[in-house]
Design a protein around this ligand. Structure first.
Ligand code: ATP
Ligand code: MG
Ligand code: MG
Ligand code: MG
Length: 476
């Protein structure tokens, strides 16, 4: 069996042999780009090169990029644990051309890599193109020999890629793998018709040709570029013959680790246990990489995303009967397993451990009381016709018990109860206005103040993330 580490290496080597510079992954915090919360694709570190604002010493590059899709245009948090193919944190393999090669070579390279290097069976591969991109269609037929009936035209939603609301963008073409008829979701199953895991999207080749401004107006870039992205976790699943990313070597070690800790067995103790194990494995990877890139739990911005992930993972652990602090242990496991590929994890290991423990201890104090309140509220609305948790209740769980909305959604959804998110948001806005009026310069968040003193104590001699700290963490 080919391991994920071997696939990553093979990919970078393949493109290096084709004249690409191997460039290191950039941080999860985009460098001086206020339009983006997190790095969500391989092209993010090359944005200025695409825009013609920065020149590089090379015109071809290849990377394995750390990505996070929680918040902003690309948000997959709710998919995690539900689909077999979405993570919060994942690695994106990519090759890039800065005004050098274009559609023809991008298509040829991708096809050669998956059919010759990875030996995926051609008959299982399907292609999508942007609606009127006849050129891409012709190239798939002439360069790769893909039959016409395996090429599908899709619209903007699927086949026009943009990083965010503004920035570089362009039409794209994607490679899908048919995972087999037994995965069919129903009579309407098919590419572009459903969102199930039968036709798995593995690789996106973007023809970067435009820059989109705040008004949505697209102007051509100085040169046409290539930007591709293939999820390592997905291609690993395909190469390892499994139907879920969570059953690859990238995840099983973490899943089994937490299962042993909780005294449960993956795939033997029911769907709830499996979901909990998958969520904890996913979130632990994200937590480790976020902290090592300089993000700290806080009540705003990136720090709040981290806090949400730690708390959501913690609640899923509690579901399996875990008590005390345990998420820091699975986070340490991530450092142990992935530290070789990403040394920044090891440099921050001790600090990371203490940050996660503090956050777990804090949440542990209020979790049980909050869960009891939530249970009472659910029982109260269960027999009403609206079956909806009021914004006020949700806000109380958030404000007094530290429940992020994701946890409330997870629990309510399982019970068939809706959540009044608009009502909750209205309470949030009011609270922010009150806080603004009352602000006297004090640190409102006691945990954040403790993280700050941890940093000042100099827990580790060198905290590489310190210089990267997002504003919201620094002021908290
Ligand atoms: P999907 O339609 O499955 O949500 P996408 O179209 O949003 O994927 P792209 O923006 O095209 O994804 O990103 C390029 C590639 O990155 C995808 O083809 C996939 O292999 C991978 N990828 C995207 N989102 C995720 C995720 N949340 N977890 C793991 N891999 C992902
Ligand atoms: Mg998506
Ligand atoms: Mg897609
Ligand atoms: Mg896509």
């Amino acid at each position: 069996m080919i391991t994920a580490n071997e696939i990553r290496e093979k990919f970078l080597k393949f493109f290096e042999d084709k004249g690409h510079e191997i460039v290191s992954s950039s941080s999860l915090i985009p460098a001086d780009d206020p339009t983006l919360l997190f790095t969500n694709a391989g092209m993010v570190q090359f944005k200025k090169t695409f825009l013609g604002q920065e020149k590089r010493a090379y015109v071809r590059a290849t990377t394995s990029q750390k990505c996070l899709r929680v918040g902003g245009k690309h948000n997959d948090l709710e998919n995690v644990g539900r689909t077999a193919r979405h993570h919060t944190f994942f690695e994106m393999l990519g090759n890039f051309s800065f005004g050098d090669y274009f559609k023809k070579d991008a298509i040829r390279y991708a096809w050669e890599f998956i059919t010759e290097e990875l030996k995926l069976p051609k008959e299982k591969l399907y292609i999508t193109i942007y609606s009127d991109d006849d050129e891409a269609k012709e190239l798939w037929m002439s360069e790769a020999g893909v039959p016409e009936d395996k090429i599908f035209r899709l619209g903007e939603k699927d086949n026009f890629w943009s990083m965010g609301d503004t920035g570089p963008c362009g039409p794209c073409t994607e490679i899908h793998v048919d995972q087999g008829e037994h995965m069919t979701c129903g009579p309407d199953c098919g590419i572009g018709k459903c969102d199930c895991d039968r036709f798995l999207e593995i690789w996106n080749l973007v023809f970067m040709q435009f820059n989109q401004d705040e008004q949505g107006i697209r102007t051509p870039l100085p040169n046409p570029n290539i930007d591709t992205g293939m999820g390592l976790e997905r291609i690993a699943a395909v190469c390892q013959g499994v139907y879920s990313n969570y059953d690859t070597d990238l995840f099983l070690e973490f899943i089994n680790f937490t299962a042993a800790l909780a005294g449960v067995t993956y795939k033997k103790d029911g769907e709830d246990v499996d979901t909990a194990l998958r969520v904890i494995a996913d979130h632990s990877r994200a937590i480790a990489f976020m902290i090592s890139d300089g993000i700290l739990p806080s009540n705003e911005g990136r720090g709040y995303v981290l806090r949400r992930l730690i708390r959501r993972a913690y609640r899923f652990g509690r579901l399996m009967g875990l008590s005390g602090c345990y998420i820091h242990k699975s986070v340490a496991k991530v450092v142990e397993v992935m530290g070789k590929q990403y040394p920044e994890l090891c440099e921050n290991a001790e600090f990371m451990d203490r940050v996660v423990i503090m956050e777990e201890e804090g949440f542990n104090k209020t979790l049980d009381k909050g869960l009891a309140l939530l249970e009472d509220e659910i029982l109260a609305v269960e027999n009403t016709s609206a079956k909806t948790l009021k914004g006020e209740t949700v806000f109380k769980l958030y404000d007094t018990y530290g429940f992020p909305i994701d946890i409330i959604n997870d629990i309510a959804e399982k019970r068939g109860i809706a959540v009044d998110e608009d009502g909750f948001n209205a309470f949030m806005t009011q609270q922010k206005q009150r806080a603004k009026a009352a602000w006297k310069g004090a640190a409102g968040d006691t945990l954040a103040a403790r993280f700050q003193s941890l940093l000042e104590e100099g827990v580790r001699s060198e905290f590489v993330g310190y210089s990267n700290l997002g504003v919201e963490s620094r002021v908290a």
